[in-house]
Design a protein around this ligand. Structure first.
Ligand code: GLV
Ligand code: MG
Length: 343
């Protein structure tokens, strides 16, 4: 186990990215609660064990005049609640706000021994991660913490997306990245007012039928297919995370009532390589736990391929399909995830 002292050596800016094993397990749902809201705070103890991560949110959605109450509420919850198998995370305020420094200098001494991950919003580049890394190292050393607190960045500015590789590799503390579709849409001047998810205007249309004279019938009824506004960014984030050995997460899906579209969006992210997502309401926890766990059929199939492939080389036919060294690796991804989640 690394101790806080290992994090004192500053990472030279521009040094090669450290590729390493992620020390935390994947987490399917990161459930947000507002520690300044007494009703939400009261529900936290009963949620332990029902969700992989409980995150005390201090940033957006907490009013400016409630920031201190939220921070103090999180300290109280962190000190009083036994989190058992559930991880405790926090989302601090952004580094350009008046609250971020006090968030860290208050939380680390008070509940640093319970905090698994600090989520940093609006990360623009490696310099933001270096700042948090150094500050955490000092605070951990001062508090005598043995276990390093990990860092998770939200990808929610155009500059952050442009620098996604260097953000992932900026510190050995990096645990993962989440998409922040609301802030990112605003920063890019996209024209959607939704928080995550698709958009009925972002679509492709089937080709027009041809009339008898061969001309295209532009006005004819044609099927349309809604496209995923977030495909590019999620795919880019997944590649950057995979290259640096950290975890990619989808992020928020704001329409709590549309559980069907939420499930679709989460499943797309899972298929593309994400390990989890955010939950803004308890009903999204169940969706995330289901979607981000490999299905029984997928695991059964993956185990059959592993067994059939023997020493892992060559090719075999299984149910009429060719399996080889590469498809074995795909199956091992499923088996590994199933084992990590069962552990
Ligand atoms: C989340 O923070 C978002 O901006 O979507
Ligand atoms: Mg945001």
């Amino acid at each position: 186990m690394r101790s806080a002292k290992d994090f004192f050596a500053p990472l030279a800016v521009g040094a090669p990215a450290p590729v390493r094993e992620v020390p935390a397990r994947p987490s399917r749902a990161i459930h947000f609660f507002d520690p300044s809201n007494p009703k939400m705070a009261a529900k936290v103890p009963a949620m332990v064990g029902t969700v992989d991560v409980l995150l005390g949110n201090l940033e957006d959605a907490v009013k400016a005049d409630k920031k201190i109450e939220a921070r103090e509420g999180l300290v109280r919850i962190g000190q009083e609640v036994d989190f058992g198998p559930t991880q405790l995370w926090t989302r601090i305020n952004s580094l350009d706000s008046p609250w971020a420094l006090d968030d860290l200098t208050t939380l680390v001494p008070a509940i640093g021994h319970k905090l698994d991950v600090v989520m940093v919003p609006k990360v623009q580049g490696a310099e933001d991660i270096h700042y948090v890394d150094r500050l955490l190292a000092q605070l951990e050393a001062k508090a005598g913490l043995e276990r390093p607190i990990l860092v998770h960045a939200i990808l929610e500015t155009a500059r952050g997306v442009a620098n996604v590789e260097e953000i992932c590799g900026a510190s050995p503390r990096m645990q993962g990245l989440s998409l922040g579709p609301a802030d990112l849409a605003a920063d890019r001047r996209m024209k959607t007012t939704r928080v995550g998810g698709g958009h009925p205007g972002y679509l492709v249309r089937q080709d027009p039928p041809k009339g008898e004279d061969g001309t295209a019938q532009i006005e004819a009824q044609r099927a349309t297919y809604q496209q995923d506004l977030w495909h590019y960014t999620v795919a880019r984030m997944v590649d950057a995370c995979a290259a640096h050995g950290i975890y990619p997460y989808y992020g928020p899906f704001g329409d709590i009532t549309d559980v069907v579209a939420c499930e679709d969006q989460f499943r797309n992210a899972f298929l593309l390589g994400c390990v989890g997502t955010w939950s803004l309401h308890p009903k999204q926890i169940a969706i995330a736990n289901r979607v981000f766990s490999p299905s029984v059929e997928d695991i059964r199939h993956a185990r059959r391929v592993v067994a059939a492939m023997g020493d892992g080389t060559g090719a075999v036919m299984l149910d009429g399909k060719m399996e080889d060294d590469a498809s074995l690796k795909q199956c091992l991804v499923m088996v590994d995830l199933a084992e990590q989640l069962a552990a």
